[in-house]
Design a protein around this ligand. Structure first.
Ligand SMILES: [Zn+2]
Ligand SMILES: [Zn+2]
Length: 397
């Protein structure tokens, strides 16, 4: 059976997948600077016999693994390759060799896993029909997101996949398990930058001033109405302000106040409307109080939707591969992820790979200096993805 063959290959290649992960982990590169990483990925692909490689988005690439009858159906698999500006605090043999740069979001795991998946699929290319397209993308961690640049560089064309799948490490899920969610899964994330302008001066003479601090206070309170009174209660929305700067003094009213925050939701129409309403409310308050406001919305990633039928098929395939008890349901997660750009273009399924091992103290969250994984996850991440891709190639609508 194909599933048994895949499981044997995944086990046979596990040590090498770990070796590759450790190499990537020790040599991290920041978003859009993945020159060495993408060269390493291309070399590794060639060494396993995958030669159809095309550079994309400067530090990304796509590669094709063609089975028999390659035009029958195309399924895409994606890995992100960038690291974060964090100094690693783990004392491990594969510790980052670069101060201030660390694979703290597991993108080394995604990249090494997809290379392992490629190796398995390439070994089996006489056993399946269709084509698997591999996307190794740069810059997931940084707006505008490598995914949007891959799409702009035609990574989803020639041939166009029917569906795309991606996996991401999840420190809340024990190693050996994976998590799925159908439908809405992750949020859009937009950055908000407000400059509230008034007229500063001596704190003892408010009647001669326009106080931007008080205006800002009103704006901060009023904007929460957008979430509590304007948002559909069935659509999650979050509005948080983490930076408010009024650089006056006890007796000095400043000329302006800077406010920075984030708005997140899971509906593209509502997202657009919320931006308009926030700007209208802030402008109305500032002008009503005699000041003004510059309100800049820097759009981040869209929300991430897992296509329900594709995801249901993937859940069933994962249960067949790992056993029913090792496939868990995920909650909505208000973080953002640029895989969402692909899911705006085609059916997508973004699932989570368990990497937690409490007994060994592997519990740190992503984006922390102590993040690490139980590398046993690399024994299943490669084969599961190969299996999901082949199951999807076999599914014809
Ligand atoms: Zn991240
Ligand atoms: Zn990530």
């Amino acid at each position: 059976m194909l599933k048994d063959k895949i499981q044997k290959l995944a086990a046979a290649y596990k040590a090498d997948t770990i070796r590759i992960r450790r190499h990537l982990h020790a040599h991290p590169e920041l978003s859009f600077q993945e020159e060495n990483t993408v060269a390493f990925v291309a070399d590794t692909l060639r060494s396993i016999g995958v030669d159809t490689i095309e550079p994309k988005a400067k530090t990304g690439l796509v590669a094709l693994i063609e089975g028999k009858n390659p035009a029958k159906k195309v399924v895409a698999l994606r890995a992100d390759m960038d690291a974060l500006p964090i100094t690693e605090a783990n004392d491990v043999p594969y510790k980052s060799t670069r101060t201030g740069v660390m694979h703290a979001c597991g993108h080394d795991v995604h990249t090494s896993s997809l290379l392992g998946t490629a190796r398995i699929l390439n070994d089996l290319k006489d056993s399946f029909e269709g084509t698997v397209k591999l996307l190794f993308q740069p810059g997931e961690e940084k707006v505008p997101g490598g995914a949007s640049m891959m799409i702009a560089d035609n990574a989803l064309a020639n041939p166009r996949p029917a569906a795309i799948m991606g996996q991401h490490v999840m420190p809340l899920i024990p190693v050996g398990k994976v998590g799925f969610r159908k439908g809405m899964y992750m949020a859009s994330a937009d950055e908000l930058y407000l400059t509230v302008k008034g007229k500063g001066g001596h704190g003892a003479m408010p009647e001669t001033l326009v106080d931007p601090v008080l205006i800002s206070a009103h704006i901060l309170v009023a904007l929460q109405q957008v979430v509590s009174r304007k948002a559909d209660p069935k659509t999650p929305s979050v509005l948080s302000f983490g930076r408010v700067m009024a650089e006056g003094a006890t007796n000095v009213i400043p000329n302006e106040v800077k406010i920075e925050g984030t708005f997140r939701t899971l509906n593209e129409d509502w997202r657009k409307k919320a931006h308009e309403q926030m700007i209208r409310i802030a402008t109305g308050i500032a002008e009503g109080m005699g000041g003004s406001v510059d309100f800049e919305v820097r759009r981040g990633y869209p929300f991430l939707k897992n296509e329900p039928e594709l995801t249901e098929r993937s859940i069933q395939a994962a249960k067949a591969y790992l056993g029913e008890e090792n496939v868990v349901d995920l909650d909505i997660w208000m973080a953002a992820e640029d895989f969402s750009y692909y899911t705006q273009e085609m059916d997508g399924c973004f699932y989570r790979l368990g990497i937690r091992n409490e007994a060994r103290g592997i519990v740190s969250g992503v984006h922390t200096p102590t993040f690490d994984i139980d590398e046993d996850a690399l024994g299943l991440s490669t084969g599961l993805m190969a299996w999901l891709a082949l199951e999807e190639l076999n599914h014809l609508p």
